[in-house]
Design a protein around this ligand. Sequence first.
Ligand code: FMN
Length: 181
Amino acid sequence: MNALIINCSPVRSGATAEIVRIVAEQLSPRFTTRSICIDDYSFGYCKGCRSCHSSAECIQNDDIPVIMSEYEWADVIVSVSPSYWADIPGQFKAFIDRCTPWCNTHEPHASVSAGKKGYAIALRTGPGMKECERIIQSIEHFCGHLEIECCGSLGLCLVECKADVAPHMDEIAGFCNSIHS
Ligand SMILES: Cc1cc2nc3c(=O)[nH]c(=O)nc-3n(C[C@H](O)[C@H](O)[C@H](O)COP(=O)(O)O)c2cc1C
């Protein structure tokens, strides 16, 4: 079984990357894991032209299909997102917008294979869980339109940098134990 773990932050060596590393490590006895960072890819913003609503394809030719091929490879997708101004980072939002050709909001649409399971982890510096829940909702809304079943989420507060992840190790490990394909 394959697990894709996505760093939704543009920072490749920060707190989000550290959580991605831990999740990959925890899942590796049960899954073949692959970790990607949203900033590894080059893609433009959705122009809102809606041509994909009738063609199921984007007019732009960039790395979005490469990312979607990673989704296709995976049985389980774990999205790990920091709060940037109480929401997902702009790079990840831009990716989601560009996935409109794959979303079930219109016909025809492209699709990923059925049966995938999605999990979300949100982290933030501040103390309140509500902001994490908002981020989890954004990720789950996206997964829902890809018809990826949302099976679990974890919010982590008081995480500013990589060093702040260690106190959450047990929570992250417990969450990873709940991840199943
Ligand atoms: C542009 C920016 C905006 C942020 N906005 C928030 C915020 O609104 N609430 C919060 O709790 N933390 C906020 N943070 C802190 C990050 O969520 C936190 O530092 C996280 O651990 C960053 O992970 P990263 O370095 O892997 O991207 C923000 C950080 C950045 C860079």
